[in-house]
Design a protein around this ligand. Structure first.
Ligand code: NAD
Length: 468
């Protein structure tokens, strides 16, 4: 498969560069992108700028109808897109893999088509009329990572369009194929220039994030890159939504039944092979049930099959790329040499592709890199605690603040403890579930701004107040 690396003003444009995309399950070529360079990035911004006035002038109902047509197109093509996603990302077709991601993509798009941008009247009487109106910002740049590439693209694109903005999306060079295909398919529902894509090396990112004609950058990726985005957007005072890295803690209280919570803990941590921003990445378990929870998790892990994503019985696939594979291997090796006890996994699987088995490390402690850094892979450290205050202090002790969870049979108490977690979202007796109608975002180094629902839509407008 060979794809043009730019979709600008409704036209496919082959860039002069070449980007080889690897299938992480085999290490073989999944496809090639004729990659965009700075010139195509500039052309994409120009096309989005030219299309803005016409798109913003459409009625809310017209834009909503176009977004709803996008949902239909995504739904009609979801099996093709799911297969392409598995090819380049590695996640399985089944389970919580590519078909699940495409299902979410359709659901989020359809939900977003139902959102409105109401005017709010503050005062309306003989003295004065004061109202707040919501106006689109202009050109929105979307920059996405490789872990949930289609879903995250849709999370950026759809509210931006619904609110009347035009978009240039730049996918990760590691997973550009499915995004390029999505953008190509969606042209049928949108006027030329309203949605553009440029896939190329990381270096086109700063061209977009510093461009004076870009009003807002919606970035999902690592905290390290988010800091660069923030500084390159600063001279032109752009709006930002930064959805950055996480290192979510889960705290298991002594009143839990280990066997009853094992499945929820497992998938909270291992969804998408742990390559999920708001996955459970550090598990704190009370001393009194520590061994039982470890054994219950190990037992559950034994029944989960890792394999090529095209095998219908695989529930987990390979790690997506070599760099991440090396990072997970390094963190596990360090944890082992610092006294971590391997409950399962612990060594790369060998053979083709970037397969790494589910790895549970007991007797983990703060100070181990596997605990302190975001592993973003299938290795979970399990930390013992005896005092809740100590567990909370450790949970809140890092810079990350995306999600967290508390596990207990006493829901009211768990909710109180969840309130004490420093994060954007905390769950009770589950971890990581998101909804299109509920805001999602981080605090501290996990970023700022929220996505989803009316609060998320508000991030794509400016409030314009008129007193008359
Ligand atoms: P990354 O930061 O390496 O790359 C993300 C994107 O930024 C890619 O498209 C990349 O090409 C682009 N980029 C690289 N350098 C750039 C620059 N200087 N300017 C502009 N763009 C640039 O992240 P990744 O490895 O693709 O993704 C993994 C990270 O993303 C993890 O830390 C994960 O937690 C985070 N993430 C966060 C969320 C969230 O909602 N908070 C969701 C998914 C992933």
């Amino acid at each position: 498969m060979q794809l043009s690396g730019a979709i600008v003003d409704g036209e496919q444009i082959a860039g002069a560069g070449k980007l080889d995309v690897l299938d992480p399950a085999t290490g073989k070529l999944a496809g090639t992108v004729l990659a965009a360079s700075d010139a195509e990035a500039m052309a994409a911004v120009a096309a989005a700028k030219a299309a803005f006035a016409g798109w913003a002038a459409r009625s809310q109902a017209e834009r909503a109808a176009a977004v709803a047509r996008c949902a239909d197109i995504l739904e009609r093509n979801s099996e093709e897109l799911a297969r392409l996603l598995t090819r380049e990302q590695g996640k399985p077709l089944g389970g919580m893999g590519s078909r699940f991601e495409l299902g979410g993509t359709v659901a989020w798009t359809r939900y977003t088509a139902g959102l409105s941008l109401p005017a709010e009247v503050i005062q309306d009487d003989a003295q004065s009329h004061v109202a707040i109106y919501r106006k689109p910002l202009g050109v929105v740049v979307s920059i996405t990572p490789w872990n949930w590439p289609v879903m995250i693209a849709i999370w950026h694109i759809m509210p931006a369009l619904q609110a009347g903005n035009t978009v240039v999306i730049k996918p990760s060079p590691l997973t550009p194929l499915s995004t390029l295909r999505v953008v190509a398919l969606l042209q049928e529902a949108l006027p030329p220039g309203v949605l553009n894509a440029v896939a190329g090396p990381d270096s086109i990112g700063p061209v977009l994030t510093s461009h004076p004609d870009v009003a807002k950058v919606c970035f999902t990726g690592s905290t390290r890159t988010g800091i660069k985005v923030m500084s390159s957007a600063a001279p032109t005072v752009k709006r930002l939504t930064l959805e950055l890295g996480g290192n979510d803690a889960g705290i298991v209280l002594p009143d839990c039944d280990p066997n009853a919570i094992a499945e929820g803990l497992f998938w909270g941590a291992l969804i998408n092979n742990g390559q999920t921003c708001a996955a459970l990445k550090r598990l704190y378990v009370h001393d009194s049930i520590y061994e039982q929870v470890c054994q219950a998790l190990k037992g559950f892990a034994g029944g989960v099959k890792t394999g090529n994503g095209f095998n219908e019985d695989s529930l987990l696939g390979p790690i997506q790329n070599r760099m991440q594979f090396d990072k997970v291997s390094r963190l596990v090796e360090q944890a082992k040499s610092a006294g971590g006890r391997v409950l399962c996994g612990g060594e790369a699987s060998g053979g083709d592709g970037y397969f790494y088995p589910v790895t549970l490390i007991a007797d983990a402690e703060k100070g181990m890199a596997l605990v302190d850094e975001e592993q973003f892979g299938p290795a979970l450290p399990i930390i013992r605690y005896s005092k809740l205050d100590d567990a909370l202090e450790q949970a809140n002790g890092l810079d990350a603040g995306l999600g967290g969870s508390v596990w207990s049979s006493d829901i009211a108490r768990a909710r109180d403890i969840a309130m004490q977690l420093e994060c954007g979202t905390a769950w009770v007796n589950k971890h990581g579930g998101l909804r299109p109608d509920t805001p999602f975002g981080g605090v501290k180094a996990s970023g700022f701004g929220v996505e989803f629902g009316p609060h998320g839509l508000d991030e794509f407008v400016s409030l314009h107040v008129i007193h008359d």
